[in-house]
Design a protein around this ligand. Structure first.
Ligand SMILES: NC(=O)c1ccc[n+]([C@@H]2O[C@H](COP(=O)([O-])OP(=O)(O)OC[C@H]3O[C@@H](n4cnc5c(N)ncnc54)[C@H](OP(=O)(O)O)[C@@H]3O)[C@@H](O)[C@H]2O)c1
Length: 353
């Protein structure tokens, strides 16, 4: 079990995605060889921006089609790799047997490779903070790596909206257990916060969802945060999350099963994110946008209570700062760069005064 060597070869699943695309770019910038895994290398709308990276022209970056729903899909791709950054989503988080099955597809390919030393498993802050009973955040308000959602709550079920966080916790453990059993490689978990920052390809405006929310603001209407009713955005720049993945691949100070939350600890209510656009880019002449609250009336009636609970939470990032020596960009920079990329890359036309 070891960090990857400088200039070694890394496979990145979910390379066409918002975060995966930045992991690919930064790995190349730091001198690595990259095998970018996408579902369809011929889908120019999604894979075109990867082919435009300079490393593709020389062959230091190669693209590979793989659908993780198919067993063995990574067998050939992982052979000869030193590291894997596993960023891709899965087809559904609500069927936990399916989630376990596709984890095993990736794990079996790692085992068969005989060369992979380290896997970074991209989880989420949902696997830290997503509570079926919001009062649990009052009882345990410090949000740090050793905090898990209350798994004893009998209502914590996919059908009640907990599939994503349950699937992520399951995946974290499946990889750590498999790594332990192998004795050959280790699995380190990254739990990113709400990613804001520049998109590299127009299709990424639809993902996130945070960059998509900024797109809807630019178009004149946006919604209250329903992922945690009335929760402020718990933010991180997508480029910092990419850097965190690379530092985890390289670090000699991490242990199998260890998890790192990647967020800056800077928070902002959605209304203030929208207001930031004109403050940061007055030249744009952005007219502002209308806020829609799609939450049920019973939840709307408790808005002040929910805001107070979220506001009472304490976000911590000591571990990633100390172990990986990470710094984080200010949210203003992430919002500015996100807006400018939506205009220049996705050709969004904002509502103007
Ligand atoms: N964005 C955030 O704020 C955030 C926060 C916390 C955690 N995360 C986690 O970070 C990871 C990346 O997120 P993201 O925002 O970059 O997502 P994204 O832009 O939606 O990209 C995810 C990628 O997953 C791939 N994918 C989905 N199903 C697949 C399958 N069956 N087989 C192979 N590939 C599949 C897609 O590949 P194709 O495009 O090739 O079809 C897609 O490009 C995810 O695991 C997510 O849960 C994200």
């Amino acid at each position: 079990m070891a960090p990857i060597p400088q200039g070694g070869t890394v496979a990145v699943t979910g390379s066409a995605g918002f975060i995966g695309g930045w992991v690919v770019r930064q790995l190349l910038d730091e001198g690595y060889r990259v095998r970018a895994c996408v579902r369809d290398t011929n889908d120019e709308d999604k894979a075109g921006f990867l082919k435009a990276m300079p490393g593709y022209a020389s062959g230091r970056l190669t693209l590979h089609s793989a659908n993780l729903d198919e067993a063995g899909c990574f067998d050939d791709i992982f052979k000869g790799c030193h590291g894997v950054a596993h960023l891709s989503h899965v087809s559904t988080y609500d069927d936990l047997d399916y989630v376990k099955k596709v984890c095993d597809h990736v794990i079996n390919s790692v085992n068969q490779s005989e060369t992979v030393n380290r896997v970074i498993v991209t989880s989420s802050i949902a696997a830290v903070i997503s509570e079926q009973d919001i009062q649990e955040l009052v009882r345990r308000p410090v949000l740090y790596e050793d905090r898990y959602p209350d798994e004893q709550n009998p209502k914590r079920l996919p059908e009640r909206g907990q599939g994503y966080s349950m699937g992520k916790v399951l995946a974290e453990r499946a990889f750590a257990d498999a790594a332990e059993a192998s004795g050959r490689w280790d699995a380190i978990t990254c739990c990113p916060g709400d990613n804001v920052g520049p998109i590299q390809s127009a299709h990424q405006k639809n993902g996130g969802p945070w960059q998509h929310h900024i797109e809807t603001m630019l178009l004149g209407k946006y919604t209250q945060n329903v992922i945690g009713a009335y929760r402020a955005w718990y933010t991180v720049d997508v480029r910092d999350v990419a850097e965190a993945h690379i530092r985890m691949l390289e670090s000699v100070n991490v242990d199998n099963g260890e998890r790192f939350i990647a967020w800056s600890t800077e928070t902002r209510n959605v209304e203030d994110v929208c207001a930031s656009i004109d403050r940061l880019l007055p030249e744009l002449g952005f007219a502002g946008a209308e806020l829609i609250d799609p939450l049920p009336e019973s939840v709307q009636a408790r808005e002040a209570e929910f805001r107070a609970i979220w506001g009472g939470c304490e976000l911590r990032n000591d571990r990633i700062r100390e172990t990986l020596d990470m710094d984080f960009r200010p949210l203003d920079v992430s919002i500015r760069d996100c807006v400018e990329s939506l205009l220049s890359v996705a050709k969004i036309e904002p509502v103007k005064n």
